[in-house]
Design a protein around this ligand. Structure first.
Ligand code: ATP
Ligand code: MG
Length: 376
């Protein structure tokens, strides 16, 4: 099979590695010449994700075209799909997901529990007050890594409101943030990976660490997996999807949002599970049987992000110290430039004892740093 990927970031990189192991060839489309996936792909088309000519060039050399990001030109992809190009997941699904308000409407229509929401025409104090605090304002488009989300606890937070087309939703009193990776194939077969628990840094809305499996009751695990599968079935999605959920303090589970691609919360599957989320994605979009999602070892994962004060050629510090720990797999994405809080890599720690894995992961996070070096 020849696989085309729109975008050449870390998700494309890890997908390409899984595809190549199966003997498939990979072409990526990315405007940056040294994008993370470029070194592990058979070919890179250098071009903009929104350039219909480049998208066609990619589709022409691919048996199936997929995505590393959801902010793509869905109209151009739809045109290609209408002409017979196989695009998975379908551009119509990306269109729903790109607009967080449309995504909420979709979830509600499908009968999937989600935090109550309301569309607003203008971000005015009256509209926010009428909805009631505490609330979460979300921009409809373009948000990622918590950018595009404002949590307003009371009237004093009105100045934190974001500018732009948005909607409001009730703030959930979160006990835990959960994630489930779901794969679905064309014949409707779905498989869920274990439920994971994402612990966020209260400062930047950024993932602090992740535990797999989540430390929750079996009944909560079963409900979370059931909701995640229902969501992906309702979308009729083909490929791997990351479903983010909130477990509230009173034990309710709601779906927060869907990513139409492999997800940060599934990186641990590379080392910890029988099949990685990336191989699973390749299997699903290539109409191959889905693999076992069994987890062999408990795992903790931390993201490696650019130091808040550094911008420039990326230099890694502390790699030897990190690699001297037991059960550690370091993934460095190969982004040329480090920027404040940019995702530069991740580390998965396997250990028979999940708490021990978490301790090692946090230790590594404090020693492995990206600083800005000088241009070579
Ligand atoms: N309704 C809500 N109630 C409470 N907290 C929320 C709510 N919606 C979002 N949050 C918090 O804000 C974070 C970011 O929200 P969301 O996942 O919708 O945005 P995002 O920009 O797509 O983030 P990411 O790319 O990290 O997934 C959530 O992980 C959660 O901590
Ligand atoms: Mg999110």
């Amino acid at each position: 099979m020849r696989i085309g990927i729109v975008g050449g970031g870390q998700l494309a990189k890890m997908t390409a590695q899984a595809a190549q192991r199966l003997g498939f060839t990979v072409t990526i489309l990315d405007p940056t010449r040294d994008a993370p996936a470029s070194g592990v792909s058979n070919r890179q088309i250098v071009g903009d994700f929104f350039d219909p000519k480049k998208l066609k060039e990619l589709a022409d050399v691919s048996d199936v075209t997929t995505f590393d990001l959801e902010h793509v030109d869905t109209n151009a992809m739809k045109t290609l799909a209408a002409k017979g190009t196989k695009v998975e997941p379908s551009p119509a699904i990306l269109e729903v997901i790109q607009d967080k308000l449309e995504q909420k409407k979709f979830l509600s229509k499908a009968g999937i529990p989600t935090s109550p929401y309301k569309a607003i025409d203008l971000v005015e104090p009256e509209a926010l007050k009428n909805f009631g605090f505490p609330l979460v304002q979300k921009l409809r488009r373009g948000g990622y890594d918590g950018k595009g989300v404002a949590i307003l606890n009371d009237e004093r937070d009105l100045s934190k409101a974001l500018v732009g087309e948005s909607f409001l939703e009730k703030k959930v009193d979160i006990q835990k943030e959960l994630g489930v990776i779901v794969a679905r194939s064309r014949n409707g077969n779905t498989k869920c990976f274990p439920v994971v628990e994402m612990v966020f840094d209260p400062k930047g809305n950024l993932l602090d660490y992740l535990l797999a499996p989540a430390q929750i009751d079996e009944s909560v695990t079963a409900r979370a997996q059931d909701l995640a599968s229902k969501t992906v079935n309702a979308l009729k999605g083909i490929g791997v999807f990351g479903v983010e959920l909130f477990l509230s303090k009173n034990g309710e589970i709601v779906v927060n949002e869907i990513a139409p691609r492999p997800h940060n919360s599934g990186h641990y599957t590379i080392e910890a599970c029988a099949t990685s989320q990336f191989e699973q994605h390749v299997r699903a979009i290539c109409d191959l049987p889905l693999g076992s999602t069994e987890q062999w070892y408990p795992a903790a994962m931390v993201n490696l992000i650019g130091s808040p004060d550094a911008k420039g050629p990326a230099v890694v510090e502390g790699l030897s110290a990190a690699l001297s720990e037991e059960g550690v797999s370091v993934h460095i994405y190969g982004k040329h430039e480090t920027r404040p809080l940019r995702k530069m890599g991740h580390v998965t720690v396997l250990n028979h004892d999940l708490q021990k894995a978490k301790e090692i992961a946090l230790k590594i996070k404090s020693v492995l740093k990206f600083r800005a070096g000088v241009e070579k």
